[in-house]
Write a new protein. Structure first.
Ligand code: NAD
Ligand code: MG
Length: 395
């Protein structure tokens, strides 16, 4: 029996994880499930999966969750600290499927105890890559990437010598607006941005796919996870989303990873690692698919990519600031107080201003590994400044 903890169990990745686990009840038992607003689903899944602990990130929902689970013997807790405590409890395999920077502390708790962390929460690596990798080194913990592109790279690297890697190519569908005329982009609505051409995902990552902020986060994530030079991480538009990433070696060989756009593949790979087990995913019929298409990402359509390049070069605390500003801009777009194209403007303006901001924490040198307090402070200040930028730009 392997004990599993699912952080962010009520979301898209969390539900796909529970789907895989529930198909093999003799092999897995659930230690803890965490969620946030959707108490009914959290309680229902905690009972169905016989979890020992159920946690909502939302303090105010403690009594509601407690009531749903009364008489079941399932422990109940609430609040951000309780989510981190759930992550700190011993488990054989923990997946972090929390959305946003809120995923950082739970990730660090799993790593601190030397656990195996299946990482879907890309914000962990963007906000604190060097700190995370230092924690892995110190505790002997394992990170198994769950983002499909990073799982693809991880799989293409199996049995290879990382020093022979020349480049990695992350594919991107191009999102909901890949074929829109550029001048129309500023009119894009939340509803239009919330529908992805190929993948079924949470709303925030779907909108980030349309703006390419998702790919921006992912190239930073790849740089940190696989210790790559920024210039060796490339992005390629591939509208079919069947190749998830490619790794290029110094002899010119490219190893591509293909699969149906179904997150249960990457989750299942991490769940069964280092073995492979049968997964309930579609098998590709390449003869029927016939052709795969590729094109270079357009610079004007996807300003998020250039911003990510800037962050990859600067490193330090810029990833934390970048992600925080992006989250604030996305919240404002969702609240209809910002146009779609203004999200990149807010992030650009925030990064520009933080350069000379005395309140923004500084590192002792370019290569210094940030401490957690500095990462959290960088996140906090960037959110304040991004809020100001939203007020200015959103008028
Ligand atoms: P989602 O919005 O569907 O689910 C998010 C989960 O996080 C929910 O369980 C929610 O209750 C929980 N949550 C929300 N706010 C929280 C907070 N403040 N503290 C603790 N928990 C909180 O998101 P998703 O699409 O499943 O994505 C989860 C993560 O995985 C994101 O980082 C995303 O970028 C990444 N990811 C998702 C996919 C995908 O296919 N959905 C693919 C690759 C990577
Ligand atoms: Mg991805």
């Amino acid at each position: 029996m392997r004990r599993i903890t699912v952080l962010g169990a009520t979301g898209s990745i969390g539900q796909n994880t529970l789907d895989l686990i529930s198909r093999r009840p003799d092999e897995f038992e659930v230690e803890a499930l965490t969620g946030a607003a959707n108490i009914d689903l959290l309680a229902q899944d905690a009972m169905r999966m016989r979890a020992k602990l159920a946690v909502t990130a939302n303090d105010q929902l403690y009594s509601a969750l407690k009531e749903c689970l009364s008489g079941t013997g399932i422990e109940v807790a609430a609040g951000a600290a309780a989510v981190a405590e759930a992550a700190a409890r011993p488990a054989d395999w923990s997946i972090n499927a929390v959305v946003g920077a809120a995923g950082l502390l739970p990730s660090l708790e799993v790593l601190r105890r030397g656990g195996t962390l299946a990482l879907a929460n890309k914000e962990t690596m963007v906000a604190a890559g060097p700190l995370v990798m230092a924690s892995v080194k110190a505790s002997g913990a394992t990170i198994l990437p769950v983002d499909s592109e990073h799982s693809a790279i991880f799989q293409a690297l199996r049995g290879e010598d990382a020093r022979e890697v020349e480049r990695v190519i992350l594919t991107a569908s191009g999102g909901a607006f890949r074929d829109w005329p550029l001048e129309r982009l500023c009119t894009a609505t939340v509803e239009q941005a919330s529908s992805h051409p190929n993948w079924a995902m949470g709303q925030r990552i779907t909108i980030d796919s349309a703006s390419m902020f998702n790919k921006a986060l992912e190239i930073i994530e790849a740089r940190e996870l696989f210790n790559l030079e920024p210039r060796s991480v490339e992005v390629l538009i591939h509208p079919e989303s069947l190749i998830h990433a490619l790794v290029g070696f110094r002899d010119g060989a490219l190893m591509a990873h293909l699969g149906a756009p179904d997150m249960r593949h990457a989750i299942g790979f991490a769940l069964n690692h280092p073995a492979r087990a049968e997964l309930p995913v579609e098998r590709l019929d390449l003869a029927r698919i016939g052709q795969l298409n590729f094109r270079a990402p357009e610079v004007e359509r996807y300003p998020a990519l250039a911003l990510a390049r800037r962050v990859m070069e600067a490193r330090g605390l810029s990833g934390a600031a970048f992600n925080a500003a992006k989250e604030v801009a996305l919240d404002a777009f969702l609240a209809r107080s910002l146009r779609f194209t203004d999200m990149a403007s807010v992030v650009t303006e925030t990064l520009d201003r933080l350069g000379g901001d005395p309140a923004f924490p500084r590192l002792s040198s370019h290569d210094a590994t940030p401490i957690l307090e500095d990462v959290l402070e960088a996140d906090r200040i960037a959110r304040l400044r991004a809020g100001d930028a939203v007020a200015r730009i959103g008028e």
